[in-house]
Design a protein around this ligand. Structure first.
Ligand code: NCD
Ligand code: ZN
Length: 348
């Protein structure tokens, strides 16, 4: 085996993950805990995680549902769901808990379970001020919800209408622009202060929007923000492999049942945790930048969140592994990314 067909890196973390709740948890947690030491757990449950007590209860349910071998090794990093009624006093409580690491802003109506999200961010300015004071990061689903705005432009318009202003008004607030999909988002993050960072998914670096219509409509390639043009995909790869500390791994793995994806009104979200690090290895390898994978996957996230880097290592090899067509998800099934195909890299 040549040197470049194997790589050992510090164990990575996933800085953007959906694991759902109840009967669905045991179906997906193993994939993440096998690869990652920690994951930022998104709070967009049907009944969202809006306060510290709910986050504590949800964290307990996650740990309970983890396979035994990962109960002590995997740390779910919890987040709160920002609403129009979030109290600024909740921020200190969340910070003091030690297990809540961020607050997520979903513009109301932007994506799955976001209807209880924020309809007027200015009304939340006291909460953002408390977050800046406490050093609590704000995670942003950066898309406008105006139905008159073209769905492919929603991220770009969000930058102009909201994000630029937030960054200017709260220069000390830590902001993660989540799952960025455009060259515009890359530019914004690059030109902002060190308090502004971004996560990038593997699927947005592997597919452009043609993948939604490849010989027919492809519900398993539908996620939000929706896939974009090729030039944007290229900009994301360039950013992720640049060595910049502002970009880090966030899978946005978002499982839905097969029946809610293959549907007249299919849900947004792609399940990628079965290749949570392997897909990124493939992308970095193709870009000739395997040497930048460790920074992106294992260092930049914890450094931004002021958490220690992991100590143990994982080794990946360029070896194909078959991907299942579907797996049991609660009492239904879920179709994973690249179902029936192959992982080109695997963990030893
Ligand atoms: C996510 C989900 O299903 O919870 N869906 C998605 O397409 N990414 C929500 C989100 O992150 O937008
Ligand atoms: Zn998400």
């Amino acid at each position: 085996m040549t040197v470049s067909s194997k790589i050992t890196i510090t164990r990575p973390d996933d800085w953007h993950l959906h694991v759902r709740d109840g009967k669905f948890l045991p179906s997906v947690l193993g994939d993440t805990a096998q690869r990652f030491a920690r994951a930022i757990i998104m709070p967009n449950l049907a009944d969202p995680v809006t306060n510290t007590q709910r986050a504590a209860d949800y964290r307990d349910r996650i740990i309970e549902a983890l396979p035994n071998e990962y109960k002590l090794t995997f740390d779910p990093l919890m987040t709160l769901y920002l609403t129009n009624r979030t109290n600024a006093s909740e921020i200190k409580k969340a910070m003091d808990s030690g297990f809540i690491h961020a607050v997520k802003w979903y513009p109301a109506g932007a994506t799955t379970n976001s209807d209880k999200g924020v309809s007027d961010i200015v009304g939340c300015y006291d909460v953002l001020e408390a977050m800046a004071d406490e050093g609590m990061p704000l995670l942003i689903h950066g898309e406008v919800t105006d139905p008159n705005v073209d769905v492919f432009d929603r991220e770009k318009i969000f930058i102009d209408q909201f994000l630029s202003g937030i960054i200017k008004n709260f220069p000390t607030l830590k902001v993660v622009f989540e799952h960025i999909t455009t060259e515009d988002a890359v530019s914004l993050v690059e030109s902002a202060s060190k308090n502004v960072a971004a996560t990038i998914t593997a699927h947005h670096m592997m597919l452009n929007r043609n993948a939604l219509f490849q010989g027919g409509i492809r519900p398993h390639h539908y996620c939000l923000p929706v896939l974009k043009r090729e030039k944007h995909r290229a900009a994301l790869i360039k950013a992720a492999t640049s060595g910049s500390k502002k970009f880090f791994l966030g899978t946005d793995s978002a499982p839905h049942t097969k029946s809610t994806k293959e549907n007249a009104c299919g849900c947004a979200g792609i399940y990628t945790s079965h290749g949570g690090i392997e897909f990124y290895a493939e992308i970095f390898d193709k870009a000739g930048a395997l040497d930048k994978l460790e920074g992106f996957a294992s260092f930049n996230g914890p450094d931004f969140y002021n958490l220690p880097r992991n100590h143990d290592k994982i080794t990946l090899q360029r070896k194909k592994v078959k991907i299942t067509e579907e797996f049991t998800f609660g009492d239904e099934v879920c179709v994973p990314f690249r179902a029936g195909g192959e992982l080109n890299w695997s963990i030893i």
